[in-house]
Design a protein. Structure first.
Length: 276
């Protein structure tokens, strides 16, 4: 067991499903810090109980993060060592903590990472889709119009795209991705990573959407979507056609939307929509 730095905030990654993924160093840090800042204290208490630890916890979530900064800063300036954890995975990655870390760094506090599980990286590592360049997009907007607009803006992105999604929006999300990126775009859907019912579906957006629609079990749990980037040689007409199609299909039948988008962009109607 190593000695902690005084007045340091440790950003500690915790398991995303399998408790065995908590690293020995992470457990040592959690055992030694004076206080653990947790997104959900009940959830973190369960983790601590599972690894035989009993610690003081302070709730830090999106609704109180700004209010907690002064309190946490004071403890660190007094020489205490603290840890920051989220409910699962690496803090700040689609989780609270950004404002806290930013303010503490501005105040001269040392911030030290304790690396470990991250659902986005875990999914990317098994996807078999180019991982040398990727863009992590986190959760898409809840409202359909905002979600579609975000996806339309990413339709021509050449880097691999990584998204998080929840069970009650996964079907809508896949439908919107098909409209924005095309049915044939290569993709991987990783579900319940490291958990008992972990599944990794690969194929095209269309085939994955069909599998999810046909099997209720594939609509349960937590999801990571890995989407191949737009081909580097994809021509401008096709990119514009897909952008127009994604907008038009919101108000027209797919076949009508494809025809108009093809006429306006010069792209092939078949490339935009495979139906008759």
């Amino acid at each position: 067991m190593f000695e902690l730095k005084k007045g340091c905030l440790y950003v500690v990654a915790t398991p995303i499903g399998n408790l065995s993924d908590l690293s020995p160093r992470a457990r040592d840090v959690l055992a030694q810090v004076d206080l653990i800042c947790a997104e959900d204290t009940r959830h973190t208490r369960q983790l601590l109980n599972a690894v035989g630890l009993e610690k003081s916890l302070l709730a830090l979530h999106e609704h109180n993060e700004s209010e907690r900064v002064a309190q946490i800063l004071a403890q660190l300036q007094a020489g205490k060592s603290l840890a920051l954890v989220s409910d699962a995975g690496t803090p700040l990655i689609s989780d609270p903590g950004y404002r806290l870390v930013r303010e503490l760094r501005a105040a001269g506090i040392v911030i030290s990472p304790v690396p470990g599980p991250c659902a986005a990286i875990a999914a990317l590592s098994v996807a078999g889709i180019a991982s040398d360049r990727f863009s992590f997009e986190g959760f898409l907007p809840h409202k359909a119009s905002a979600r579609r607009e975000r996806l339309q803006g990413l339709a021509g992105e050449a880097r691999t795209l990584v998204f998080y999604e929840s069970s009650h929006r996964i079907e809508e999300c896949l439908a919107d991705m098909r409209a924005a990126f095309g049915d044939g775009r290569e993709a991987v859907l990783a579900r319940e990573i490291t958990k008992l019912f972990e599944t990794v579906l690969d194929g095209t957006l269309a085939s994955i959407a069909d599998t999810v629609a046909a099997d209720a079990n594939q609509r349960k749990g937590e999801f990571v979507l890995v989407i191949a980037g737009a081909p580097e040689d994809e021509n401008a007409a096709l990119r514009e056609g897909r952008r127009l199609y994604a907008k038009l299909v919101e108000v027209l039948k797919p076949s009508q939307a494809a025809k108009i988008a093809a006429d306006l962009s010069g792209a092939s109607r078949k490339d935009l929509y495979g139906g008759e």
